[in-house]
Design a protein around this ligand. Sequence first.
Ligand SMILES: *[C@@H]1O[C@H](CO)[C@@H](O)[C@H](O)[C@H]1NC(C)=O
Ligand SMILES: *[C@@H]1O[C@H](CO)[C@@H](O)[C@H](O)[C@H]1NC(C)=O
Ligand SMILES: *[C@@H]1O[C@H](CO)[C@@H](O)[C@H](O)[C@H]1NC(C)=O
Length: 749
Amino acid sequence: MAASKIVSFTVLLVICIAALYFTIPSPSFWTGPTVINEPSHIQSQAPVFDPRVLLSAPRRSPAIPDPSGKLAVYTVSAYSFESHQKTSEIKVIDITSGLSFLITDEKTASEPNWLGVTKELLWLKEGEKGSTVLVAGSVEHVGQTHVVGIVPASISNVKLRVLETGLIAFAFTAKSWPNGTLYNAQQEPKKLSTARLYDSTMVRHWDEYVSPQKNTIGYGTLERLDGRWRLGPLTNVLKDTRLESPIPTFGGKDDFDLSSTGLLFVAKDPSLNPAFNTKSNLYFVPVQDFSATPASEPRIFETELLQGAASSPVFSPDGKSAAFLQMEKNGYESDRNRVVHIPSVSGLQASTTTQLLEIQKGQAEWDLSPSSVAFSPDGSMLLLVVEDKGNDILFKIDLTVSLTNSPSHPAALTGPGAVLDVQPLKIGSNELFISSTSATDNSFYTIVDPARPAEARMVSSNSRNGVSFGLSSEQMSEIWFQGAGDYQVHALVMRPSNFSEDHKYPLAYMIHGGPQSAWTNSWSTRWNPAILAEQGYIVICPNPTGSTGYGQAFVDGITGSWGGLPYEDLVKGFDYIKEQMPYVDTDKAVALGASYGGYMMNWFQGHPLGRAFRALVCHDGVFSMANQISSDEQYFPNHDLGGPYWESRETWEKWNPARFTGNWSTPMLVIHNELDYRLPISEGLAMFNVLQERGIDSRFLTFSDENHWVLKEENSLIWHTVVLNWINKYVGLSPYEAQLASGIDMTTG
Ligand SMILES: *[C@@H]1O[C@H](CO)[C@@H](O)[C@H](O)[C@H]1NC(C)=O
Ligand SMILES: *[C@@H]1O[C@H](CO)[C@@H](O)[C@H](O)[C@H]1NC(C)=O
Ligand SMILES: *[C@@H]1O[C@H](CO)[C@@H](O)[C@H](O)[C@H]1NC(C)=O
């Protein structure tokens, strides 16, 4: 959800993973295949953690264990600022030793999955003319591969399920024309005009113009004959429906599930305009034979109680029951997710068989919103990933207890950090293989038995718990301060690795986007607080009113109060730092924010707290409230500001930063990108014009090929350089790399 708001800072910090440890075993223990490639960034002398290190560090995906629980497969990509090339590899890690070996370094190879118990993998690679090639390869004979099939389009989000017949059901997502033919961008006939004509909004979404091709789900079978796998005929599940799944823009693998009984997916309600409504529904497609078309149309599951966005559909391991999440209110994307359990999918006739697990019932202290749900391997529990006070924690609920009248209280299975993915470790065990990150480690794998969560085992850390970045979890801490009302506000604190109590450090005050989002103890390649800390700042990341992970009332508190309670919380936070943290030099303070955080930079400019900072950084922020009508998802301002502009003009104008431009006087770097259709570039241009006309020290940075986020490595390096040089100059720290910025095409010198 977070990403579908005005979020830009996904991410962040606190605390330590001291409870978990691991050691690198001596290679002499290794009896498996040859170790071809250990992470090359592991050096005895850690580099200073700077933007180059951040952006070129190997990025490791979550890993999937094979059914024996001995090996796990993952991908790793890395970018080189020397060769300006990206490399991409599929690797397998030996779970016992923690050592990895290479399966393929073919550039476009992606999405590896285990082919049942065969010790063979299936992966995708780009074929000719926009097609996708399915490749199978054995981990026992690395390098021996064969083509399983070719799909004449770009496909992704592969899921496999072994069937009783020995065949493997294969599901994927792709784009499809309205007539059901898969869409292949490279085969599209040349257009004679660039015209686009719309009769209904939305016109553009995130960074793309809405087009006639829609997301769809397909399935087929994989069969092993004479030692080779073959792909059978494919079925487009959403052909002849008005449904689109995964749900754009960020929907993917989590929007559907596959079992021996069929498919489950979520799709937006086709009878409602997607710009004004969030309501989506759960659908079940029963499939008896995965080499033929389904016996019936998708069956809808609806509960009258829940009219908001549905997400995370999952089957139980036997495919007979299911679970998913849904919000109560249509139009409110940050409502609390309810957990719905469907005891029997086959007899599925909506509410009669649907059990809503009001897990927080009578448990006032558990008022959190899960972001995903899954079944435990034995089907006896639901596993929920939940944002909880700055961490993304895995919780379990015992289904056998919950289905009575007294729901069990969710119990935490993981400690500090952010859980990204949970997989069964192996056949016949209830142990879980968990992929996570933290604010100082970009990837770590652990094994947790839900019956004994305290005995979690570390399998592998990509950065040796941050050591290869020169970072330590001890750099992180947290503070709680009195908010604007009768509540405490949480903030994550990141100190430099060579922190000394006797020193005074400039302050970087980072304001997150959303606004219904939060700084968490997770890794980010975009707003990584350790990057600022290693420049010599104390970085403070507050989660004021509107932030997630502190209960629904705290989230709802920002509704109709964009520049109100959160601003007052941030004023209190700044005062707290000034009074309680002697090693922070609040006379040398800067503030940075993106998206809603950028809104807050502009709100600071117009209000007294703005004068506390020597400089501000506003990335893809809100300048004029009324301009949000040019944004894509209109339900968002409509909800947060109490209705459309013409019905709730007072609220829209009350919190409009443009009204206070007469007070703007703090130096500000404005960054705004051309493909940002969430907050169009006119917002950033307007801010820059105001700053320039008022004679305020200011710069404008823009990327023609980036959206609300800056994702490409070379662009991101420029972004980091310009940001660090800007703030460092105002607090008296040396520039990060003065030379680098000369590579920018600048017309104003
Ligand atoms: C489906 O529509 C696309 C785009 O108009 C077209 O290229 C394709 O040939 C059509 N397929 C069939 C089977 O008619
Ligand atoms: C910390 O390290 C930086 C450079 O890496 C240096 O400039 C600074 O003086 C050090 N600070 C302390 C307190 O040692
Ligand atoms: C300056 O800010 C105050 C609120 O702090 C507001 O009342 C006033 O209208 C602002 N003045 C201008 C010229 O924007």
